[in-house]
Design a protein around this ligand. Structure first.
Ligand code: ATP
Length: 278
């Protein structure tokens, strides 16, 4: 459903993308993770036709995003990183404008708004001004808006940034539901546990290149099953082990105490990108 071949992007002296190559299957939930400045937003901007690549190709549903941008756009919805709703309009008005911009008929817009307000649990807010909505409601409205014109691919750029943990989980449930309804999802997030919970496959991108691409389970298992966090020489140190008993024995050697836990996707992220998530 998404194919990226040797994709490059230069901004003057900055090589933001250095030859990205990946494929996302129909119905897959793919997470694209990397430290700040790694090139995630640049990739999404190219895929959604907001900027042109300096080299390589990208296809959505078989359409080249640079050569057939309108056809590629019809197949996709975008939830951008920053809230870009019209705050002075109501929930329904925001959706109607999006439908008109996409050339939908009045009947289709009306039917789809009914369905989607129900889907994202915003029916009772239909006539509320967007500026009166909570952060979580605005995110849900942005997701509904991105789905209005029946896209088969949904781009979610940091969909839960700044939301509290309970609301974030509610959005996760919604994202899972959208995938179950057959939509292919391309997700970027700084919350690694979000990708661990949601994604079928994950790519780690660092300084414009993909440094690892696999299922969350395989990426975690490449380090081991168990982790020991301990404090040594004024620094937090993490060691990985294949089995719990060896991990515990190692931990017992540390007088300052230790924490024994399962390896998680954040461990794999740090091991492959060598950076802290910020
Ligand atoms: P973040 O997690 O901080 O959003 P990101 O992974 O999305 O980061 P990008 O925004 O794609 O990273 O940026 C990749 C690189 O390209 C960075 O070095 C950034 O400074 C640079 N860059 C991005 N947009 C521009 C631009 N319009 N002009 C010049 N350089 C840019």
């Amino acid at each position: 459903m998404i194919e990226i071949v040797d994709l490059k992007k230069n901004y003057k002296s900055v090589q933001a993308l250095k030859g990205i190559r990946l494929r996302v299957a129909s119905g897959e939930l793919f997470a694209y993770l990397g430290p700040n400045g790694a090139g995630k937003t640049t990739t999404i901007r190219i895929l959604t036709g907001l900027t042109r690549p300096s080299g390589g190709q990208a296809y959505i549903g078989g359409y080249d995003v640079a050569k057939e941008p309108m056809k590629a756009k019809r197949h996709q919805g975008l939830v951008p990183q920053h809230v870009n709703l019209d705050a002075e309009l109501t929930v329904e008005e925001n959706l109607v404008i999006h439908g008109r911009l996409h050339g939908m008929s009045r009947d289709d817009i009306r039917r789809r708004i009914e369905e989607l307000l129900d889907y994202v649990a915003l029916k009772e807010k239909r006539d509320s001004l967007v500026k009166r909505l909570s952060g979580g409601m605005k995110r849900r409205l942005m997701i509904a808006r991105a789905l209005l014109h029946h896209p088969v691919v949904l781009f979610l750029d940091e969909p839960t940034v700044g939301l509290d943990p309970a609301i974030r989980r509610r959005i996760w449930t919604l994202i899972k539901k959208i995938q179950q309804d057959g939509v292919t999802i391309f997700l970027t997030t700084h919350y690694i546990e979000e990708a661990e919970f949601l994604a079928d496959r994950v790519a780690f991108i660092d300084e414009g290149s993909i440094v690892a691409l696999d299922t969350p389970r395989h990426l975690m298992e490449s380090l081991g099953q168990w982790a020991i966090d301990s404090y040594r020489d004024n620094a937090m140190v993490t060691q990985y082990f294949a089995d719990r008993e060896s991990a515990r024995r190692y931990g017992e050697e540390h007088k300052n105490g230790y924490t024994l836990r399962r390896v998680n996707l954040e461990d794999a992220f740090l091991a492959y990108t060598g950076k802290k998530v910020s």
